[in-house]
Write a protein that binds this ligand. Structure first.
Ligand code: F6R
Length: 242
């Protein structure tokens, strides 16, 4: 992997936004892999600005979110469907019908994973996949123990991840127990992985992902199996790298 240590989140956001604008110029119907959570927000902010300033035509751009909670009421503001709409589709001016999120509705959940895989394949695969990483080492919501060959499926969130994500909800109990997430195998099919992490709390997960043994115990370590990975970290998140 190419490791880039950036002064801060804004610089990381600018770099990735630049790579995405270049990609869209080369391929106006580019397929973006979209992460939620706090980490990618500087990318979406910088990208919205550049699209506006440079009048980039994004009408054909397609997107696939990494994951979704299972069983939140339809329209819940913290469902990733709602978050992707609010943080990505609307500010970037993407075409809503071209941006998909796994379907976390318990009705039909047994085929939601296979449907999502089929949609990604039909789109020709993901060109650039944005990734954050959890303190547990998860990418997507593939918690430790996830098969490195896994595809989109329902998983149970760890207690640690539910507590980390409680900040988005009124109380920790409201965080769903389950999610539907692209598998590690799904993520590895994307043509370019861009993993970002900021802050000391991510330093252990970054060291394990970049330098540790490739193992299901550290899902982030799967990036070592991919030929084209860019890791952008601030000093704090890089602090446990050798
Ligand atoms: C989000 C996702 C997760 C997050 C990770 C880090 O779609 O799949 O892997 O990237 O939990 O979350 P933040 O960025 O909020 O620290």
């Amino acid at each position: 992997a190419e490791i880039v240590i950036v002064p801060g989140e804004a610089e990381a956001g600018d770099l990735v936004a630049g790579a995405i604008v270049d990609l869209i110029h080369r391929k106006p119907d580019a397929v973006l892999g979209l992460a939620t959570g706090s980490t990618p927000l500087p990318i979406y902010r910088a990208l919205a600005q550049r699209i506006r300033d440079e009048s980039v035509d994004v009408r054909g751009v397609r997107g696939f979110a990494l994951d979704e909670y299972v069983g939140l009421p339809a329209g819940h503001p913290e469902s990733y469907r709602a978050v992707i709409r609010r943080e990505v589709v609307d500010p970037l001016g993407l075409t809503p019908e071209l941006v998909r999120v796994p379907n976390g509705d318990p009705a039909g959940i047994e085929h939601a994973g296979a449907d999502y895989e089929a949609a990604i394949t039909a789109a020709g695969g993901v060109d650039l996949q944005i990734l954050g990483i959890g303190r547990t080492g998860h990418i997507g919501f593939n918690e430790p123990g996830s098969s490195l060959a896994s595809l989109t499926r329902v998983k149970t969130l760890t207690e640690e991840t539910r507590l980390d994500n409680a900040r988005f909800f009124d109380s920790p109990d409201e965080v769903p127990m389950h999610c539907i997430t692209q598998g590690i195998g799904t993520i590895l099919r994307a043509r370019h992985l861009v993993l970002l992490a900021f802050g000391e709390a991510k330093a252990g997960a970054i060291a394990a992902a970049v330098e540790g043994a490739v193992s299901a115990a550290q899902p982030g370590s799967a990036i070592q199996l991919h030929p084209h990975v860019t890791v952008l970290v601030d000093e704090a998140a890089a602090s446990k790298l050798e």
